[in-house]
Design a protein around this ligand. Sequence first.
Ligand code: DQA
Length: 147
Amino acid sequence: AKLLLLHGPNLNLLGTREPEVYGRDTLAGIDAGLQATATAAGHALECLQSNAEHVLVDRIQAARTDGTAFILINPAAFTHTSVAIRDALAAVALPFIEIHLSNPHAREPFRQHSYLSDKALGVVCGFGADSYRYALDAALRRLPADA
Ligand code: DQA
């Protein structure tokens, strides 16, 4: 099956951005590891990072007709602001998992509300780059091996 991994704003800076909060792994390193895992399981993982809300909305909309079976998304700051990303995910009606490197619930109050969580299949947060790995594992377990 085709899986889509979306990363929101500032995640292009992973590795150097507040490493005490977000860890030292780079986005390219995280994506490469996840793609290897997906490929080994017989699936394909496409990764996209954008700092622009409309790019993420457009990519989610395209997933409606491009054969995507599952979406993994770290919406980053858009988690706490974006009705547009919420609406796009609701429109495509594909299962999705919300991911965070940090645990937003242990941080500032404004990070404790997500516009996506109640629509997500599940949320994985607080495990650094491993949050992505656990989310991918959960997604793979929910896909047929040959799809
Ligand atoms: C984040 C948490 C968000 O609150 C923050 O705006 C981010 C990253 C995380 O992965 O921990 O940019 O989504």
